[in-house]
Design a protein around this ligand. Structure first.
Ligand SMILES: CSC[C@H]1O[C@@H](n2cnc3c(O)ncnc32)[C@H](O)[C@@H]1O
Ligand code: ZN
Length: 441
């Protein structure tokens, strides 16, 4: 067997226990074959017959499932710090959309590379991305070695019928053609931007075609009150009921934000099995509101975590998202016991993988070999009373020592192996500066 052994660390197990165990990976299968003495067959060989292979030193570290960034726009790294301190609607219309109109496919590839570099460095092994030029984003995912659920974002407002239909068609093309790319690490979805920026007939047609193609639907939903009110006024029903009416509320679908959802909508999401991707930093920065995360979880809704784009966050570090989700969840519930550490760790790992329908999220025999090793030997992580508490409240993306996806080492000892980090940063800085020059011309 072509093995990779992650040795000497403490391992976060799916039931929340932390054990001192080596993790043995079959690199060809991209799967974990043993955690300590536990193997997929339940035997007790401990992987000791795994033979010589590559080793990753996890001494003094915590081995965790690779983090899942379940909603982002990776190429928006080029717009990091470009427009801050505004609410969603003016931010998009006055700043972001005019800048995005100038983006080229090369820019998007460059921005996505920077985003993916940042994610690998901070222990993320899977993400969902809604953007443009998705063939180029899929190429980046392929080269960089992580997993993703990708989709072309559709906006039909302000477009004539022909352009609107072409946008829907592009999203369906991406969903059909890119599914299974990168040796199966790329999966796809039909991604209308939101229920207010895509017209009803396009939503109906697109969702019906997505169902036929067997791909999920991903969209921004109930992000701001300004987005909910027009739907209620126009249709006499709330957005999640509208989504259900469109057949867009299925068990494989996942909606970003879910900030302004009432109890009836929480019930519909739970009944349908549709996941919500909570994006606390973006929701705070744009002053969109506080998602009822504890109530969603209590109702049985799968809740994942997302950074959203780097222009509304302003980083792609899921550790920040865990901390923000725990803090904001308590404030929203007016209860310090709400959204505890173990809940946000679950949301960033198994919950994310479940929401996206991707492998990973658990360190156990038979699971996908997607993991990160977090260095606990740092002043801000000393002492270690509870490693799960540290993951949620004290650790940072820069504490990640190694990142592994599908059995391949993407970062070893903080050196990203699949991308030339300096070159990526240099290209991105130049592309961002040229982009802003074009916007200001
Ligand atoms: C049509 S591709 C995706 C589209 O979404 C924009 N976007 C970025 N962040 C947000 C957000 O928080 N809510 C809604 N839309 C957002 C992005 O700029 C792209 O235009
Ligand atoms: Zn978004």
């Amino acid at each position: 067997m072509n093995t990779l052994r992650v040795t000497g660390g403490r391992v976060l197990r799916p039931d929340g226990r932390v054990t001192e165990s080596d993790v043995t990976i079959d690199r060809d299968a991209g799967a974990i074959v043993a955690v300590g003495d536990e193997t997929a067959s339940g035997g007790g060989t401990g992987g000791s017959d795994a033979g010589a292979g590559e080793t990753l030193d996890a001494d003094g570290g915590l081995v965790i499932p690779g983090l899942v960034n379940a909603h982002t726009h990776a190429a928006m790294t080029l717009l990091r710090g470009y427009a801050d301190d505004k609410p969603l609607d003016p931010w998009l219309r006055e700043d972001i959309w005019p800048a995005e109109a100038e983006l080229t496919p090369d820019d998007i590839e460059t921005g996505a590379e920077l985003g993916v570099l940042e994610m690998i460095r901070s222990g993320t092994t899977a993400f969902a991305d809604m953007y443009f030029a998705m063939d180029r984003v899929a190429d980046v995912v392929d080269r960089a070695g992580l997993r993703a659920r990708l989709g072309h974002g559709v906006v039909t407002v302000g477009k004539d019928d022909r352009d609107a239909r072409a946008d829907v068609e592009e999203s369906l093309r991406v969903a059909r053609e890119l599914d299974g790319a990168a040796d199966g690490r790329v999966r796809t979805a039909f991604m209308p931007h939101s229920l207010t920026t895509v017209g009803e007939e396009f939503l109906r047609e697109g969702v019906a075609a997505a169902r036929e193609a067997g791909v999920p639907v991903h969209l921004h939903a109930n992000e701001t009150a300004d987005e909910v009110d027009p739907i209620v006024e126009e249709r006499g029903e709330r957005p999640i009921a509208y989504a259900e009416d469109l057949d867009a509320l299925g068990p494989d679908d996942f909606f970003a934000h879910g900030v302004h959802v009432d109890d009836s909508e929480i019930g519909r999401l739970a009944d349908a099995g549709t996941a919500v991707v909570h994006c606390p930093a973006s929701n705070m920065k744009l002053a969109s509101g506080m998602a009822p995360v504890q109530r969603l979880r209590d109702a049985g809704v799968t809740v994942a975590l997302g950074t959203d784009g780097a222009a509304s966050n302003n980083d792609l570090d899921v550790f920040d998202e865990m901390r923000d989700a725990a803090m904001l969840g308590k404030l929203a519930a007016d209860d310090a016991s709400a959204v505890p550490a173990e809940a946000v760790v679950e949301m960033a790992t198994a919950g994310g993988a479940e929401a996206l329908g991707l492998p990973g999220g658990r360190i156990e025999p038979g699971a996908a070999a997607d993991l990160a090793v977090v260095d606990l030997d740092a002043p801000h992580l000393t002492p270690v009373h509870d490693p799960v508490s540290h993951l949620a409240y004290a650790a940072r993306g820069s504490d990640v020592r190694h990142t592994v996806c599908d059995g391949e080492v993407l970062m070893r000892d903080r050196e990203v192996l699949t991308l030339d980090a300096d070159a990526v940063q240099e290209r991105a800085a130049e592309a961002a500066s040229d982009l802003v020059d074009r916007v200001e011309e």
